[in-house]
Design a protein around this ligand. Structure first.
Ligand SMILES: [Zn+2]
Length: 70
C-alpha cells in the first residue's frame, strides 16, 4: 500500500507526477484514535508539497500538528 499524504485529497491527482513522500515523526503519544492502529504511533506521511507545513510543529503530537495545518 503506497503512502498517503494526510493533507492531500484522497483521490489521486493525475495532473502531477507521482509525488515523493516523507515520513514525519511527531511527539509520541498514547492517546491516538483507534483508526491509527497499525501505523507508527507518532509518524505521519506527507508528500513533498506538504512536508514543509510541519516544520516547527514536530514537537507537538501529530493530532495537534494536523489541527494547525488543516
Ligand atoms: Zn500532500
Amino acid at each position: 500500500m503506497p503512502p498517503m499524504c494526510v493533507v492531500c485529497p484522497r483521490s489521486p491527482r493525475r495532473d502531477r507526477p507521482l509525488a515523493e513522500f516523507t515520513l514525519v515523526y511527531f511527539r509520541e503519544t498514547r492517546t491516538y484514535p483507534e483508526d491509527w492502529v497499525g501505523h507508527p504511533e507518532n509518524a505521519v506521511w506527507f508528500c513533498d508539497d506538504h512536508a514543509h507545513l510541519v516544520e516547527g510543529l514536530t514537537d507537538l503530537t501529530a493530532d495537534e500538528a494536523l489541527e494547525r495545518i488543516k
